[in-house]
Write a protein that binds this ligand. Structure first.
Ligand code: ADP
Ligand code: MG
Length: 739
């Protein structure tokens, strides 16, 4: 072999076309770097020896063929048998088709055998074991007893042939050919092996401890590269300048505070002060506000928006769906009263206007609102995320508040900054409690505030699981709804899907997608049909227990004006039972609703159920949530019991993270799943777990921040810089792919 081998070297050059071909065709592996990051999915461990066998045991053992031969079974079929030994014990092998084995497993041959131990006529036996000949002994690598890496299947190649290719590639590499992304100091501090050693530890380990060390190093590397990216972002943001929005005496905020019908909680006051301080600085704010459903985030955000308006700027509030945008617009307008009628007869003198922008508005309404935003007459503009991003012009956008943002990716946040002459201050609110590991990664470029206490006077929510296959329980559930309604309350019935009986699609696409995505989130597709909104509505209308109750339907595929009409009449208390999809999941605020039934509750994620039930118990009456399910899957029931057992959202978020894994949590980064160089697989972590690795993430963050403080452009760390760039590119690519 001539020339230096590095990660960009073509496999065909090193391995020849016969081996490189299948790797290219089956797994898209072209270069040395590609193959090295074709990570083993698991390892087979050599069994200690054959002296201690039991039925059902999976053995992997290097052994020698003692005897072998074919014989005829009683029904005349030919079969092949062999006896192998590892010196400690004998084991019989049985193959019911001799072809392909008869001429290979000859006495004296040594091979690696793997299979499940059975017993036949009083002797230990492996039926149809897998095996790999060990020609010329055990090879030069001394891994005869080491764990055996198992790769994803490569069409046209045996696993050990793949392993052999990786081994050849590794033999040709030295440290020069494998860029070291981790600074030496960092590696030293944490006792991490170099990258080449780690790659060897993964692919040709001598023992499991080596695999573990290698994995730890790669885990750390992923955390470190990503935290470096975040540290650079933070540094860039800290260098940005915007206009300071200082508070003003006697303005909108003061007037609003004076008429607040309740006392702010201590937490709300503290967060409010933080926001005011940050708005008053000339460095744009980047803050995440998290707090349980109903913890009073919206009030806090509104106060910040009013402060921005007082300072002469505008504020935009972005919601993930049209229903939510409309809801926000309604509640903000209500809370502001005459303060929201700036420039209108009867409006307050210091008042402003609140514009609403949704895709489904009539053209004239939309034009008027766009004009209000552009002229600055509307101090506050409420809309869906997509809309504001694309078309809207502002006179002077000072603050962007993003509600329930954690459905969106980091990337979209960037798009907002281009809106104003200076970058606006950004506040992101999420009601889904987020474990610390996730805030440190997904929101690692933002500061975080958390509202921990609920406002006084919140009523407790009780949750029960209702088995859908017990008719008496189900009927009792509907009776409970009827009782609540008859005592003046209202009810939600949430279904995982819309159903086929509905009107043809006409609604806005963003609600629609959300509803569908939610339903899909629940579980892997199961054969059991899910309850649809229309089927459940029909069921309830027929049920004598609910006779005379006003039942309404809401889902993302309805025409926008119908959606609005239904929400409005539910708000007014006219619709008593609302059968809906998860469009009501976030932010819908009807304090008079006290009971919620979730159909096919097993189809929803833990955090999602928690979020959903936050719709009840928002007023002075205690809330009741009934999770109906026909599942008897243990895991599903366990999840539902967990939701019924606690109302601690952080606890449930942790559980959710554990159950669903990282992919779903890194919403925007979850696409693809394909292999990629650097092993981060299209913008997601291959080794790092947001469930397990809090310690690693914390360390990596500290290390990365320190490094970026010394070397902001990574001029002295080109390999790291390249890895960061690659991550950004992949994130971008993954995002574009998602559309
Ligand atoms: P979130 O947005 O966090 O879900 P909201 O801001 O919508 O919560 O508040 C939920 C409800 O509680 C609203 O009706 C709001 O007016 C009310 N609320 C907010 N803060 C307080 C408080 N400190 N005391 C009493 N009620 C409050
Ligand atoms: Mg809210």
């Amino acid at each position: 072999m001539s020339g230096v081998v590095d990660e960009s070297t073509k496999l065909s050059k090193l391995l020849g076309a016969r081996s490189a071909g299948p790797l290219e065709r089956a797994r898209d592996l072209h270069t040395v770097g590609d193959l090295l990051e074709f990570w083993p999915r698991r390892y087979l461990e050599h069994s200690a020896d054959l002296s201690n066998l039991h039925v059902g045991m999976y053995v992997v053992v290097v052994a020698r063929v003692k005897t072998s031969g074919t014989r005829r079974t009683r029904n005349g079929k030919e079969m092949f048998e062999a006896t192998i030994t590892d010196g400690s014990n004998d084991l019989d092998l049985a193959f019911f088709r001799p072809y392909g084995h008869r001429d290979v497993l000859l006495p004296g041959v040594t091979a690696l055998f793997a299979g499940t131990v059975g017993i036949y006529k009083g002797r230990w036996q492996l039926a149809h074991p897998a095996y790999q000949l060990m020609e010329g002994g055990l090879g030069p690598h001394g891994t005869d007893r080491g764990p055996i890496p198992v790769y994803l299947q490569v069409k046209g190649m045996q696993n050990w042939a793949v392993a052999e290719c990786v081994r050849i590639v590794l033999d040709h590499l030295d440290d020069e050919g494998v860029p070291e992304t981790l600074p030496a100091k960092v590696r030293l501090r944490h006792g991490l092996p170099g990258r080449l050693d780690a790659l060897k530890g993964i692919h040709v380990p001598t023992d499991f401890a080596q695999v573990q060390r290698a994995r730890h190093r790669l885990r750390y590397e992923e955390a470190f590269v990503f935290q470096t990216l975040l540290a650079q972002r933070r540094a860039r943001q800290a260098a940005e300048r915007t206009r300071a929005r200082s508070p003003r005496e006697g303005g909108l905020l003061a007037a609003f505070d004076a008429r607040l019908p309740f006392e702010l909680t201590a937490g709300q006051r503290a967060v409010g002060e933080t926001l005011a301080e940050e708005l008053a600085r000339d460095v744009p704010m980047h803050r995440l506000l998290q707090g349980e459903v109903g913890s009073g985030k919206t009030v806090i955000a509104l106060r910040a928006m009013l402060a921005a308006v007082d300072a002469g700027g505008q504020a935009a509030l972005l919601a993930p769906t049209e229903v939510l945008a409309a809801q926000h617009h309604r509640s903000i307008t209500t809370m502001l009263g005459d303060l929201a009628q700036g420039g209108m007869l009867g409006g307050s003198e210091i008042g402003t206007r609140v514009a609403l922008l949704t895709g489904s508005q009539s053209a004239p309404a939309r034009r008027r609102n766009l004009l209000d935003a552009a002229s600055g007459d509307a101090g506050i503009v409420v809309g869906t995320h997509a809309l504001i991003q694309e078309h809207v012009q502002f006179q002077d956008l000072a603050l962007v508040v993003v509600d329930e943002q954690h459905r969106f990716g980091v990337e979209q946040r960037d798009a907002l900054r281009g809106k104003g002459a200076q970058p606006p201050h950004v506040l992101v609110m999420t009601a889904t409690p987020i474990p610390r590991t996730v805030t440190m990664t997904v929101f690692g470029d933002m500061e975080t505030s958390t509202l921990t206490e609920l406002p006084k006077g919140r009523s407790p929510i009780t949750t029960h699981v209702v088995p859908a296959d017990k008719p008496a329980w189900v009927q009792r559930t509907w009776e409970r709804i009827a009782e609540e309604v008859r005592s003046g309350r209202q009810a939600y019935v949430v279904c995982p899907r819309i159903g086929d009986d509905g009107p043809a699609p006409s609604g806005s696409p963003d609600d629609e997608e959300l509803a569908d995505a939610e339903a899909a989130e629940g579980e892997e597709a199961a054969p059991r049909p899910m309850a649809g909104v229309y089927a459940v509505e029909a069921l309830l209308r027929e049920n004598p227990a609910l006779e005379g109750l006003t039942i309404g339907v809401l889902h993302g595929r309805m025409a926008p004006e119908d959606k609005d009409a239904v929400m409005a009449s539910f708000n007014r208390g006219e619709v008593e039972v609302l059968v809906s999809t998860t469009v009501i999941e976030v932010g819908v605020d009807v304090p008079n609703a006290t009971v919620m039934v979730v159909m096919d509750a097993d189809r929803f994620g833990v955090s999602q159920l928690h979020q959903l039930r936050g719709r009840v118990g928002r007023g002075q009456h205690p809330g009741l949530c009934l999770l109906m399910t026909a599942t008897d899957a243990e895991g599903a029931l366990e999840r539902l019991d967990a939701v019924a057992g606690t109302t601690d959202g952080f606890e449930l978020a942790r559980l959710d993270l554990e159950l669903r894994g990282t992919g779903d949590v890194l919403s925007a980064r979850q696409s693809g799943g394909g292999r990629s160089s650097r092993g981060m697989g299209r913008g997601s972590f291959r080794f790092l777990s947001l469930v397990r690795d809090e310690e690693v993430i914390l360390q990596a963050r500290d290390d990365a921040s320190a490094l970026v403080a010394r070397d902001p452009d990574l001029a002295d760390h080109p390999e790291l810089q390249a890895a960061v760039r690659e991550w950004v590119d992949e994130e971008q690519a993954a995002f574009l792919e998602r559309g």
